[in-house]
Ligand binder design. Structure first.
Ligand code: SF4
Length: 261
């Protein structure tokens, strides 16, 4: 009677034969490992000697259910091992974009369901609508949008609460927030600066725009708690003032004095 070891040895031999038929002898190394996938199904791993593939292994899956005399080759694939050089994980392009990546002519449309934006004219929770109600709501929105367009208010979407909060947090934590060295060493904060232009809406409670052409943040949104040395009321400290000028010296020598001399 054939032993389990003999069966396993025959399966490995069958796997190697199939592998050699597929890829040729030049690129196949020694048998490395056999892993049970299911009852009567094993994957046999062989080293890969192909240049450029260090750490990769050939995997040959062989099935030999009970009662079947010859094994069946299911598949032959090349798989990366622990030390294989592999490509980095795929990251969707939208997640790869960083602030400042846009070049002239590039487009970056916001998704329909971008959580940072909300329709300007929300009319209820669409989740509860019947198809007829959804149709009525769409018609109503189209009508309101037409009026809004005519009045010059035609923004289809505005910042959602989530979008607004995320912008506020980003600005507060960024270079125009209160924690940067420029702000920490400022004589006073932006909220008391004459160069601060107020914003409108909820963000005006914490932010404004710097309009001091000599400040680093000219034209940028700054947190009220930000600040810089160009604050409108900044004064030089006594030790920073230029030294006082000496008393003037009156030159009393005239041209005739010189001629007499
Ligand atoms: S000049 Fe300085 S303190 Fe004044 S608003 Fe601009 S950043 Fe703030």
């Amino acid at each position: 009677m054939i032993t389990t070891e003999e069966l396993a040895g025959a399966a490995v031999a069958a796997a190697r034969t199939a592998l050699l038929e597929q890829v040729g002898e030049a690129f196949v190394g020694d048998h490395d490992q056999s892993v049970a996938e299911d009852s009567g199904v094993f994957t046999h791993y062989f080293g890969c000697t192909q240049p450029g593939y260090p750490g990769w292994r050939w995997a040959v899956t062989v099935a030999q259910p009970e009662g079947q005399d010859a094994p069946t080759i299911d598949e032959v694939v090349l798989l990366p091992g622990d030390d294989a050089i592999t490509a980095p994980a795929w990251i969707p392009w939208r997640e790869r974009i960083k602030p400042g990546d846009l070049s002239p002519g590039d487009l970056l449309p916001a998704d329909e369901d971008d959580p940072r934006l909300a329709p300007t004219y929300l009319t209820g929770d669409p989740g509860d609508w019947t198809p007829a109600e959804a149709k009525d709501a769409a018609a109503e929105r189209a009508g309101i949008k037409a009026v809004a367009d005519e009045l010059g208010l035609g923004r289809a979407r505005v910042l959602s609460i989530e979008g607004r909060d995320s912008a506020a947090q980003r600005w507060y934590d960024g270079e125009q927030g209160p924690d940067v060295p420029l702000a920490q060493s400022a004589p006073a904060q932006c909220y008391s600066c004459g160069f601060l232009v107020q914003l409108a809406g909820p963000l005006s409670r914490g932010f404004g725009v710097c309009a001091n052409e000599f400040a680093n943040d000219d034209g940028r949104v700054v947190a009220h708690k930000h600040g810089c040395g160009a604050h409108s009321e900044a004064q030089l400290r006594k030790k920073q003032l230029p030294p006082p000028l000496p008393d003037p010296v009156f030159d009393t020598v005239s041209r005739s004095d010189l001629e007499d001399f």
